[in-house]
Design a protein around this ligand. Structure first.
Ligand SMILES: [Zn+2]
Ligand SMILES: [Zn+2]
Length: 458
């Protein structure tokens, strides 16, 4: 016999604890390492928050099903040019807020700052225009914007998007708004739908001319904020939704877009409002609502919290028609409309309402064990119960029976199955009724049947 064999034998006979101790003694102590924090504006969704996220996601999924929207996902990374085209090369979104960088192959790529361009890209790339229209999509994903983190805004946030492609009729606008309204209502969030029409390439230029004239005459221009002075040249429509006090005052008397709509745009808008009236969806005609993105036309809308003090807060979501975007992105001319809802903002509302939530996983049975041999048998039993669709919980890393039963108590299970050395020898198992504390010995082979009988025949 060699020395090596002797050592092996000796090690086996050692207790596990002393083996672990010996192993630990051999590892040299490490120098204290620096820890890592999340990046600024990023968020971890921990256990308690996750239940709200999953509730919100579930509600969106239910409504998607009810209104025949189909789920699709797009990659987080896209060609940066996609957003440069859809939002405009000089837009704040692209120049200030978008996370873009060169990858190892030298391609300029971006973390998606919004959902719609990706969805439009997918619609075009997969030739969805050849399928029966309309194509109704449901999308859930994270968006990234490099902006100043403030209340309710993160650099990574989640959004739910609903979009309809290939349908120009006002019915599509109304159905989308109804869907969003139901989403908030069924989550018990009071919102108001802000709605406006921003016309089409036929009627909008005429309006913009009137708008610019309004701001340029009567000495109004000098009162505008710095940003709005720039907007007056680059994007006069945005003058209407500036949040600066003086700009808000000036906008009150500005000419209204709805007065300048062409016949088709006016008819479309009237029909949308008629449907909303019919469906009893409350809305507010908001002539200052223009939405931040250039690709919208006709109907635009936003969902704002109700209540005086809340009105100035951030909207919970919004959207509009983008009948020219698919063609602008290289596809075949396709009318489209969609909206997005900010998941974090909805979650924060739901959390503040403190509705009792039933999201904690419920268990019926706990498998407890005492001693290594019992543990091994209990682990197999756990798998058997789980496969039989019994809601079963365990704490196999624990040695102590008392602390396992405390776990069982906390999990509010109805029965604990206890497998100790005696039961192991006898081929039995104990069923403990957690409420009464009454214990019964049953044949181990019949345990599945016994537990099923107790859970279902009461
Ligand atoms: Zn028009
Ligand atoms: Zn302004």
């Amino acid at each position: 016999m060699t020395d090596g064999n002797k050592t092996k034998k000796f090690n086996i006979s050692k207790s596990r604890a002393s083996q672990e101790k010996a192993a630990a003694a051999k590892i040299p102590p490490q120098k204290k390492q620096e820890t890592f924090d999340r990046l600024r504006g990023m968020k971890d969704v921990l256990f308690d928050d996750w239940k709200y996220f999953s509730l919100v996601k579930k509600k969106a999924g239910e409504l998607a099903k009810a209104y025949s929207f189909r789920r699709l996902e797009t990659p987080i990374l896209e060609n940066a040019k996609l957003y440069e085209r859809s939002s405009g090369n000089g837009s704040d979104l692209v120049t200030k807020e978008m996370y873009s960088f060169l990858d190892k192959g030298g391609d300029k790529i971006a973390l998606r700052p919004e959902g719609t361009p990706s969805i439009v890209r997918a619609y075009i790339e997969h030739g969805m225009f050849t399928l029966p229209q309309p194509i109704k999509t449901f999308w859930y994903g994270s968006l990234f914007r490099y902006e100043k983190p403030q209340s309710g805004r993160y650099r990574e946030h989640h959004q739910i998007n609903f979009d309809v492609f290939g349908e120009a009729k006002p019915m599509a606008d109304a159905q989308l708004i109804l869907l969003a309204y139901n989403f908030f209502k069924e989550l018990q969030i009071d919102i108001q739908v802000q709605i406006n029409s921003i016309g089409c390439p036929l009627c909008r230029p005429n309006y913009l001319k009137q708008l610019v004239e309004y701001y340029q005459t009567r000495g109004k221009r000098s009162k505008l904020c710095v940003d709005c002075k720039k907007r007056l040249i680059k994007n006069p429509l945005r003058l209407l939704d500036c949040k600066e006090e003086t700009c808000i005052e000036l906008a009150v008397d500005a000419p209204q877009l709805v007065d300048c709509l062409c016949e088709d745009c006016k008819n479309h808008f009237v029909r949308v409002l008629e449907y909303l009236d019919l469906l009893a969806v409350p809305y507010n005609l908001n002539s200052h609502l223009v939405r931040g993105l250039d690709y919208y036309n006709r109907t635009v809308f936003e969902f704002t919290p109700t209540g005086e003090e809340e009105r100035r807060q951030l909207s919970l979501g919004g959207g509009g028609r983008y009948d020219y975007l698919v063609e602008f992105m290289g596809g075949r001319a396709t009318p489209a409309i969609g909206f997005g809802i900010g998941v974090e903002r909805v979650v924060s509302r739901v959390r503040n309402m403190a509705i009792p939530m039933e999201c904690e996983e419920k268990y019926d049975v706990f498998v407890a064990q005492l001693g290594e041999a019992s543990r091994q048998k209990a682990m197999t039993l756990f798998e058997e119960l789980r496969r039989a669709n019994i809601k079963v919980k365990e704490a196999f890393t624990k040695e102590n029976l008392k602390s396992q039963l405390e776990d069982a108590d906390r999990a509010k299970v109805r029965y604990a199955l206890i497998l100790g050395q005696k039961e192991l020898m006898d081929g039995t198992i104990l069923i403990r009724d957690m409420e009464s504390g009454i214990q019964e010995v049953v044949d181990f082979k019949k345990i599945l049947h016994e537990i099923d009988k107790r859970l279902n025949n009461q």
